[in-house]
Design a protein around this ligand. Structure first.
Ligand SMILES: [Zn+2]
Length: 508
C-alpha cells in the first residue's frame, strides 16, 4: 500500500518528464518518492478531497469545475472557446480565458492572475479559493498563502510544536498538538511515518532540520489528505519508539542506538515495553541524571506497572444490545470499573483506561493511549451474542487474519513498532495470559468456559504488550441480561483479572 504518491500526481510528473526529455527524467526518477506533490487538499468538516494543481507561468492553478463540484451540483455549464459559464445553486458565474475578471450574477470580481485554459481544462489561480469561492458557496474558507490545503466551513485544524532533546544514546522528539490526534506508524524507504488520523493539521512550520547524530529531519506532509509526520533518521539501523499520550495531544518519540533502552535514558515515559525485555517498569533503575525538558508528566504512581483496561465500543458505537435494552458499551464500562477497583486495591498496579465515559474512541487511539503507558498487559472488554446459556465468558488473544502477515518484518533487527504488526511479537505472552485468565474466570465465576481462542481481534492488533479480550454473554435481543449486570458476577471477573495479572508478573 503506497499512500504517499497518488495516481494523479504521478500522471502530472510523467507528462512533465516527457516534456523535459529523458536525461532530466532519469534525475526525477531517482528523486525520493516522498517529494513534494502538486496535490491540493480541500478539508471539509467530515471529509477531504484532493485536486491536482498545475503551474502556468510560475503561477499555481486549480481546475475550477472540479472545485465547484466539491461544493454542490453544478447546475449547468456553457463552454465556449473564450468563455465558461457555470450555474451553481443560484449563482451564475462567468469566466473568460486569459482574463482576471470573474462575473458573479451581476457583480464583477477580480483575481490576482488571469483565468487560463491549460491542457483543455479551465483553471483558476489559487487565490480564487479565498477571493471568490466563499461568496459562491457561502461558507468560510481558510487558506494559508503558499500552502496546498484549505479548510472549509469553520473547520479548526490542529497545529503543533516540535522539540528535539538530545539523549545520551539518542534523541527524543516531543510533538505537542493543539487538539487530539491519532497515531499509527509505518516505515518506508528507511523513514518512519507517523500517521496522525483524519483530523486536519495545519503546520506552523512543515520542515525541521537537525544537526544531530540520530535524527536528520522531521517533515509534515498531507498531500494525500492524510496528515503525517515523516521522520528521517540520521543513519540506518536506529530504533524508534513513538508514543501518544496526554489526552492524545502529545507524541513522544525516542530515537535510539540499538540496545540502548529508553528507560535508561529518560526517567519517564519508558518505552521499554516495546523492547524484548520483560517487565520494564520494575527493571528500571532510578536515573540520577537530570531529566531532559519537555517530557509529558505522567499520572501519580507512574512507577507502578500499568495495566490498560479497554471498555469496548462507546458513544454512537453501542455494540450489542440485550432484550431489556442493556447496551454493550455501558456494560463494558461497568466491567472495566470493577476490574480497575480490584487491580488498584492491590496497591501494585496503575490502571490506564482507553475510554473515559460514553465517547467514541477509534482503534488507533486506543492503541496509542495504551502503548504510551508501556503496560504490562492490555485487557479489552466486550459482550455479545453467545447463544442460549448465560452468563458465559470467553477469552481471546490475537492471531493475524492471514498467515502471510506472520512473515518476518523486513528489517528484523530493528525494534521499530509498525503498528499493523506489533502484537505479533507478543502472541506467545498473550496466549499464555489468555489461558491463565480463562482458568481464573472459571474459578471465580464458576461459569463453565471454553479454551481461549486466537482470532484477528482488531483492537489487539496494535498493542505493544501482552493483550487479551474478554467477552461476556449472552448479550443479544433474546436474552435477559440481568446475569451480566449482577454485581457479584462483575466482581468475580475483576478478581480473575487480578489473579491473571499476578501470574503474569510472577511466573515469567
Ligand atoms: Zn464488542
Amino acid at each position: 500500500m503506497n499512500f504517499l504518491v497518488t495516481k494523479n500526481s504521478r500522471k502530472v510528473r510523467s507528462s512533465r518528464w516527457l516534456a523535459l526529455g529523458a536525461a532530466i527524467g532519469i534525475i526525477l526518477l531517482t528523486a525520493p518518492r516522498l517529494a513534494r506533490s502538486d496535490n491540493f487538499v480541500f478539508y471539509f468538516p467530515k471529509s477531504h478531497s484532493i485536486l491536482v494543481t498545475k503551474r502556468y507561468g510560475g503561477v499555481q492553478y486549480l481546475p475550477v469545475l472540479k472545485i465547484l463540484n466539491l461544493f454542490g451540483q453544478v447546475g449547468g455549464q456553457k463552454k465556449k472557446r473564450k468563455s465558461l459559464e457555470v450555474w451553481l445553486n443560484s449563482t451564475h458565474i462567468q469566466f473568460r480565458q486569459n482574463n482576471p475578471n470573474v462575473r458573479l450574477n451581476h457583480s464583477r470580481l477580480r483575481l490576482q492572475q488571469p483565468v487560463r485554459v491549460i491542457d483543455g481544462e479551465w483553471m483558476v489561480p489559487v487565490d480564487f479559493v479565498t477571493s471568490i469561492l466563499p461568496t459562491i458557496v457561502n461558507q468560510t474558507v481558510e487558506y494559508q498563502q503558499g500552502e496546498n490545503r484549505i479548510f472549509v466551513g469553520g473547520l479548526r485544524p490542529n497545529s503543533f510544536t516540535l522539540h528535539m532533546t538530545p539523549l545520551q544514546e539518542g534523541a527524543q522528539l516531543t510533538i505537542q498538538f493543539t487538539g487530539p490526534v491519532n497515531l499509527r506508524t509505518a516505515a518506508q524507504n528507511g523513514k518512519w511515518i507517523l500517521y496522525l488520523g483524519s483530523h486536519p493539521v495545519e503546520p506552523l512550520q512543515s520542515e525541521f532540520q537537525f544537526h544531530n547524530p540520530y535524527v536528520a529531519q522531521v517533515k509534515f506532509d498531507d498531500h494525500d489528505g492524510q496528515p503525517k509526520l515523516i521522520v528521517t533518521p540520521a543513519e540506518p539501523g536506529l530504533d524508534f519508539f513513538p508514543k501518544l499520550g496526554e489526552g492524545a495531544k502529545v507524541i513522544v518519540a525516542n530515537i535510539l542506538t540499538p540496545g540502548a533502552t529508553a528507560a535508561a535514558q529518560v526517567p519517564a515515559p519508558s518505552a521499554a515495553a516495546i523492547s524484548s525485555t520483560p517487565q520494564p517498569a520494575q527493571a528500571t533503575p532510578p536515573t540520577p541524571s537530570p531529566a531532559p525538558a519537555a517530557i509529558p508528566a505522567l499520572a501519580p504512581n507512574s512507577s507502578l506497572p500499568a495495566v490498560v483496561l479497554d471498555a469496548g465500543h462507546g458513544g454512537t458505537d453501542i455494540g450489542a444490545q440485550g432484550k431489556d435494552g442493556l447496551l454493550e458499551k455501558n456494560l463494558t464500562l461497568q466491567l472495566v470499573a470493577q476490574a480497575q477497583k480490584a487491580l488498584e486495591a492491590t496497591g501494585k498496579y496503575r490502571v490506564v483506561l482507553t475510554r473515559n465515559g460514553d465517547v467514541n474512541v477509534g482503534f488507533d487511539q486506543r492503541a496509542a493511549e495504551a502503548n504510551f503507558a508501556s503496560p504490562i498487559a492490555f485487557i479489552s472488554f466486550h459482550a455479545g451474542d453467545m447463544g442460549p446459556s448465560t452468563p458465559r465468558v470467553m477469552v481471546y488473544s490475537y492471531r493475524p487474519s492471514s498467515p502471510l502477515a506472520m512473515a518476518p518484518e523486513p528489517d528484523a533487527k530493528s525494534i521499530f513498532v509498525n503498528w499493523d504488526r506489533v502484537q505479533l511479537r507478543y502472541m506467545g505472552q498473550s496466549s499464555r495470559l489468555a489461558v491463565d485468565l480463562q482458568r481464573d474466570l472459571e474459578r471465580t465465576t464458576k461459569v463453565a468456559t471454553t479454551p481461549p481462542m486466537e482470532v484477528p481481534v482488531k483492537v489487539l492488533e496494535s498493542i505493544a504488550a501482552p493483550a487479551v479480550a474478554i467477552e461476556v454473554g449472552s448479550l443479544d435481543p433474546n436474552s435477559n441480561s440481568s446475569a451480566l449486570t449482577n454485581p457479584p458476577f462483575q466482581k468475580e471477573i475483576g478478581a480473575a483479572v487480578v489473579a491473571a495479572i499476578e501470574q503474569l508478573q510472577g511466573g515469567q
